[in-house]
Ligand binder design. Sequence first.
Ligand code: PMP
Length: 438
Amino acid sequence: MKHRPISEQLYSEALQHIVGGVNSPSRSYRAVGGGAPVFMKRAQGAYFWDEDGHQYIDYLAAYGPIITGHAHPHITEAIIRAAQNGTLYGTPTELEITLAKMLKDAIPSMDKVRFVNSGTEAVMTTIRVARAYTKRNKIIKFAGCYHGHSDLVLVAAGSGPATLGIPDSAGIPISIAQEVITVPFNDLPALQTALERYGDDIAAVMVEPIVGNFGMVMPHEGYLEGVCKLARAVGALVVYDEVISAFRFHYGSAQTFNVFPDFQAIEPDLTALGKIIGGGLPIGAYGGRKEIMEQVAPLGPAYQAGTMAGNPASISAGIACLEVLQQPGLYEQMDRLTSKLAVGLRQLAKQHDIPLTVNQIVGSLSTYFCDHPVTNYDEALSSDGEQFARFFKLMLEQGINLAPSKYEAWFMTIAHTDNDIDATLEAADYAFGKINNN
Ligand code: PMP
């Protein structure tokens, strides 16, 4: 058992001053049995060092953005240069044009782009713009998909046929939640039923083209094409939330990722971005078809603004991050390592007689303690949370830092090595053995 007296001490202090001791609820260990979260002091490449001096291999990657590994020198230099030139202007800069062009080149469905400060803001604004453009109010989202914490998308997942929304958070009026219809992912008939019932009122269908929020889940072949066809048939826009997926699987986004023959043929009307495109600094962006984006102020009636939006530090870090990702071979390397990890985890679980489903997509994977495939939220829900919690703690004790939730993905970076994967599999072997003995 690792002793972490400094983390314990900092946590009790944090609890006195910061609500719940954390600045985002996913950082708390409540979902894995509680206790003090590890307070990290430093990160470099694929590693973390905590306040008590322990080293960890990091698979959290800050919930996705840190694809280059921590403190990548090219990004660090860009941030220092930006800071030396002043971090915030409140005027346009050439840097913003550079990053906008890089995004447009990589994601051609975005004729026009606007930078914001988080994925939440990006998604929230795509909804406003879709409503302004279609002059309709309702949206459809998919059960279990997280789209940030704005009112409209914080609606509980319901299984079965389309259900009218119930807010997932106090403080959201039921009148707002009623504007959201939730249907199961990977289920076209359910979407069709919802669209038959509410089609004329639907401004947008909001979807993560490859899901990252109940683990990593691929759409069935032809599913996204079906979503787009059904939505467009009733005059609704299609919004892709690519906050996790953009630049995670290749240099581009899920909509430009050639997983199925039909995949690239499908272009959303609007796309929301965040995470990786800021290279580890706060950012979000949204973009889409010109005539839709022209709804946005100052050209159109949909208002959206931001004091910090497009700040030179975030934009510089984003440009530097994308420059790093343009180097050949990086995604292939992440794919190879993640696949080795996925195969190894499946084999070890089998040896220890532990039901485990591992979904892997290039440099991301998720583990579900269950004996069935996971293709939608209900299947993810039914995986064993207590077993995951034991696994999480046993891995942490051995210096492997995972997200403290059975729903979160493991993310690979370009800094991880074969040695890291070998060490992780060794730790998993031990953890699976212990889980079984409990
Ligand atoms: N959309 C998706 C798909 C996300 O995964 C997240 C964050 N995990 C968000 C939106 C919200 O982004 P942010 O935390 O930057 O507000």
